[in-house]
Design a binder for this molecule. Structure first.
Ligand code: XMP
Ligand code: MG
Length: 175
């Protein structure tokens, strides 16, 4: 399997959009200390760039779930890491690489709310709305894309390609 030669989203396009998102989030959360909860591992690259555009009091933590193996969502969630920070009465921004069926985000948001958070806002770099199975609407979306499996900028295929600065589709897309 090979990646397409031209990226779907190149690094400069991503960089500009992430900066815009950071400005929006900074304005929306002005005066509110924020817990930036990054979904491992895919959200890591996006969160690292996004947080440097947040002019806010930011506390960083992570949440780990496994919900996806290769190309097709398994429809089940396994917790691999729970955050250290107490989320009671906190404003939480959940940062994810991609919103697909919605199962992962829905489960994590329910868990954040059960911890007594003041709010849980979802921020995704990519959204594939055509794949949605459970209703989830992100407050912040970087790019809306077609039903294509994508890799790079944190996104993997079986743990590979996360380090690529651009986002690519495969040449022979199985979706
Ligand atoms: P759900 O279906 O729960 O899935 O919304 C979200 C998780 O699925 C993974 N995912 C992808 N990973 N390229 C990837 O590298 C993709 O095109 C893709 N689509 C879904 C991802 O881990 C996300 O957090
Ligand atoms: Mg993945």
């Amino acid at each position: 399997m090979r990646l397409k030669t031209e990226p779907l989203l190149d690094a400069a396009t991503i960089r500009a959009r992430v900066a815009e998102m950071g400005e929006r989030i900074t304005a929306d959360f002005a005066g509110k200390p924020l817990v930036l909860l990054t979904v491992l591992k895919g959200g890591m690259v996006f969160a690292a760039d996004l947080m440097r555009h947040l002019d806010l009091d930011v506390e960083l933590d992570f949440i780990g779930v496994r919900s996806y193996d290769g190309f097709h969502s398994q429809g089940r969630i396994e917790w691999t890491y729970k955050p250290d920070v107490d989320l009671q009465s906190r404003h939480v921004l959940l940062v994810e690489d991609i919103l697909d069926t919605g199962r992962t985000s829905k489960a994590i948001i329910a868990w954040i709310e059960a911890q007594g958070a003041a709010e849980a806002a979802l921020c995704v770099l990519l959204d594939k709305p055509s794949r949605r199975v459970v209703p989830v609407t992100p407050r912040y979306t970087g790019f809306t894309i077609e039903n294509r499996f994508v890799v790079g900028y944190g996104l993997d295929y079986n743990a590979r390609y996360r380090h690529l600065p651009d986002i690519y589709e495969f040449d022979d897309n199985p979706c």
